[in-house]
Design a protein around this ligand. Structure first.
Ligand code: OGA
Ligand code: ZN
Length: 385
């Protein structure tokens, strides 16, 4: 860890500026530091939860005294004389002094975007390995966090085995499609996924709010001709759109699109969300893209609609660019997981007798996966320092 170098008081104590020995600088506000004090009166030593409310912090809070002791900042606040100690590495990890322009249109820092050159072998593990070995599971979940996509091989060729995948990190998110759903050719399909048609790369269930954040597709049979799986990094596609067509990017990320899915007398789901969703700082938050379930878009003003459609087309062309897609064929017992807020998945059409291609799919929650990963990382840190 880089050590603290200097600290200066700014604006009459309303903030401080810290410099680390490697030259990195960051400013912090007095009220923020006070709110994030670690003492027993501020946070419960038993569960780490905050005991105070924002109103318990005096409005005129400022820093009266600050010094560096053992690579921690020792602070005294006015007007109440409160003291706190903040470790230097904790401050470095929680710095927020970043210009918003640096984030605009970019993915979160823990994410690494990819294109068709990405080798799925690099994110493939054995189901037995991740079930039995915490280090293998940690590594595999880290792939999901970073690349939004990972594969598994060597699972049982057995209906419902996809639950074993989800059980390694969390829980299934049940929907109108059930705990899991069958992806195979049906006579009266309730979804075009349940036919032999090719599917343009898409995110699932954009008509649902909140959208399922993870999807698992598990192969039980794949003797059909065709039916290859494709995945595309939607964040990389958005980055490319921002580069070639910033106005188009602005349209798709500002105006909500509309998505809907209906099954007579059973389901009437709809959501209004942008195709490219940004968070409050302008960083990429989620992609929604699904030709099958896009409803009439009514939230774009008349004067912007033609340009909106141009941008939609450009975005689709980037997504369909073969240089963006990673293609592979699932074998029975193999599966993959995608971050459904980022990665689009699709398949080529297939031909074959009924039953020649059979996948099962289900949804799960990314926050739970990230929580399991964080716990595994903490345990590994404790073990290996
Ligand atoms: C789905 C889907 C792809 C496939 O069921 O959501 O996109 O490979 N299926 O059948
Ligand atoms: Zn799908």
């Amino acid at each position: 860890m880089t050590k603290l170098d200097t600290v200066d008081v700014l604006d009459g104590g309303q903030a401080i500026a810290i410099r680390w020995v490697d030259g990195h600088c960051a400013r912090f506000h007095a009220v923020w530091l006070r709110d994030n004090a670690f003492d027993e009166a501020t946070r419960s030593p038993a569960n780490g939860q905050r005991l105070i409310t924002i109103q318990d912090i005096p409005e005129a809070t400022r820093i009266e005294e600050v010094s560096i002791i053992d690579d921690a900042l020792q602070l005294r606040f006015a007007p109440d004389g409160k003291r706190s100690l903040h470790p230097g590495d904790w401050l470095r990890a929680h710095a927020y002094d970043v210009s918003p322009d640096q984030r605009r249109g970019h993915p979160p820092p823990e994410v690494k975007t990819w294109d068709g050159m990405f080798d799925p072998v690099d994110v493939t593990a054995g189901l037995a390995a991740i079930t039995e070995r915490p280090d293998a599971l940690r590594n595999w979940l880290d792939h999901v966090r970073r690349y939004g996509f990972a594969r598994l091989t060597g699972g049982p060729v057995q209906s419902g085995a996809l639950l074993e995948v989800v059980n390694t990190f969390g829980y299934v998110r049940e929907t109108n499609y059930g705990k899991w759903f069958e992806v195979r050719t049906e006579i009266n399909p309730s979804n075009l996924a349940f036919t032999s048609l090719g599917l343009q790369a898409h995110t699932d269930n954009p008509y649902r709010d909140p959208v399922p954040t993870l999807q698992v597709l598990y192969c039980l049979e794949n003797a059909a001709e065709g039916g290859d799986s494709q995945v595309v990094d939607g964040f990389r596609a958005a980055e490319r759109l921002l580069q070639v067509d910033p106005e188009g990017f602005a349209l798709l990320s500002t105006y909500p699109a509309r998505f809907a899915y209906e099954v007579a007398d059973r389901v009437r789901l709809q959501a209004r969300k942008p195709m490219i969703e940004l968070d409050g700082r302008g960083q990429l938050a989620a992609i929604r893209f699904n030709n099958r379930s896009t409803a009439p878009i009514t939230d774009v003003p008349y004067d912007d609609m033609a340009a909106y459609y141009d941008a939609y087309r450009r975005f689709a062309e980037i997504i369909d660019d073969p240089a963006m897609a990673v293609t592979f064929k699932l074998e029975p017992g193999e599966s993959f997981i995608v971050d459904n807020t980022r990665i689009l998945h699709g398949r080529t059409g297939y031909e074959g007798e009924a039953g020649s291609r059979w996948l099962q799919g289900c949804y799960a929650d990314k926050d739970g996966l990230l929580s399991t990963l964080a716990v595994l990382e903490q345990q590994a840190e404790r073990t290996f320092g």
